[in-house]
Design a protein around this ligand. Structure first.
Ligand SMILES: [Zn+2]
Ligand SMILES: [Zn+2]
Length: 334
């Protein structure tokens, strides 16, 4: 089997197509799976991505970046390779990248999940010979609860706090998780949600793509001194414990992340409540997905790549980890 993707100092590279995927250093031609900071870095000459993610990428890469948006499934010629983007179900516009050269097919998953998410396109299984898969939560302890259960707990927390006149401040990753929560809240109640400025700045990119979110108002738009009692506020984890929090008085704090699966996790401490909600694939669905692709060779990356490769080899699948610089942990924290 010819390698269609190799590791270079700049990042993952397809020699037949002459492009990099999510490079961590500037290159001539970068194909981007999604707009999270560890995958979309500034300075490359030319970027290609799924069209629905271009608005988010533009914010990340700056107004000068040359970004070409492509429809899902549209075949594109790069050198000797035929390339197409396919939905990854991670955040709006997130894509798996399919590369075909002389009948051989590789798929680079980027980050992905299999759970339903009204704020982005649904993951598509793309049959391939080799599958480069993320492994952020690739341990058997990581299993996600149904979304109705998670949202039920979250809305119950909000109601209980409102009943005693407290604000509920939910911390979660500003790109993806916040919009997923807003989309799920909007399906269950008409109540408006207050958002931190870092989250507010990303909402247009979603609404412009037709994603329905709960009605929102920026926290900063409220008259100084006016109470947030009974309100739900969504903020990035970086705001936790900052002076920005003072305006909410005696608020209850929550954190929505896959890391909340592990009680006593260092990320749990300090928050009143943890909600297990991840935009990455969990263990059972990771194994299901690998099987569904029919890949004869699997290259895990991110997080528990070594553990996953070992597990796969034990069950007879050819697997070796790929040492990339993607940082799945940081994604849930920023
Ligand atoms: Zn990501
Ligand atoms: Zn990532």
């Amino acid at each position: 089997m010819t390698d269609l993707v190799t590791l270079t100092p700049e990042g993952l590279y397809c020699p037949q197509g002459g492009f990099h995927i999510d490079p961590w250093r500037p290159v001539a031609c970068a194909l981007i799976t999604h707009a999270h900071a560890d995958h979309a870095r500034r300075g490359s000459r030319e970027y290609h991505a799924a069209r629905s993610g271009v608005g988010l990428l533009r914010r990340r890469l700056g107004p000068e970046a040359g970004i070409c948006g492509h429809g899902f499934g549209e075949p594109l010629a790069f050198g000797d390779a035929t390339v197409s983007f396919h939905p990854a179900g991670h955040v709006l516009g997130s894509a798996q990248i399919r590369i075909e050269v002389g009948g051989e097919v590789w798929v680079i998953s980027g980050d992905y999940k299999r759970d339903p998410d009204p704020s982005c396109e649904t993951f598509e299984v793309v049959p391939c010979d080799a599958f480069v898969t993320e492994a952020t939560f690739a341990l058997p302890i990581y299993r996600w609860d149904p979304i109705d259960q998670v949202m039920g707990a979250l809305l119950g927390w909000w109601d209980a706090n409102a009943a005693v006149g407290r604000a509920s401040v939910l911390f979660c990753y500003a790109l993806g998780k916040a919009q997923r929560v807003l989309a799920e809240v909007g399906r269950r109640t008409d109540r408006p949600v207050f958002v931190h400025g870092a989250i507010d700045a990303l909402l247009d990119a979603y609404r412009c793509e037709g994603i329905a979110l709960a009605p929102t108002a920026p926290v900063g738009a409220r008259i100084k001194g006016e109470s947030f009692a009974g309100e739900l506020v969504i903020a990035p984890p970086s705001a936790f414990g900052s002076p920005w929090m003072r305006r909410f008085g005696d608020a209850s704090t929550g954190f929505a992340s896959g890391w909340m699966r592990v009680r006593g996790n260092r990320r749990w401490r300090g928050f009143d409540r943890g909600f297990v909600l991840s935009d990455h694939v969990d263990w059972p669905r990771l194994l299901q997905t690998i099987e569904a692709t029919g890949a004869r060779r699997v290259l895990p990356t991110h997080g528990y790549a070594d553990a996953l490769a070992r597990y796969l080899r034990d069950v007879g699948v050819a697997a070796e980890p790929l040492e990339t610089q993607f940082d799945g942990e940081a994604e849930d924290v920023e």
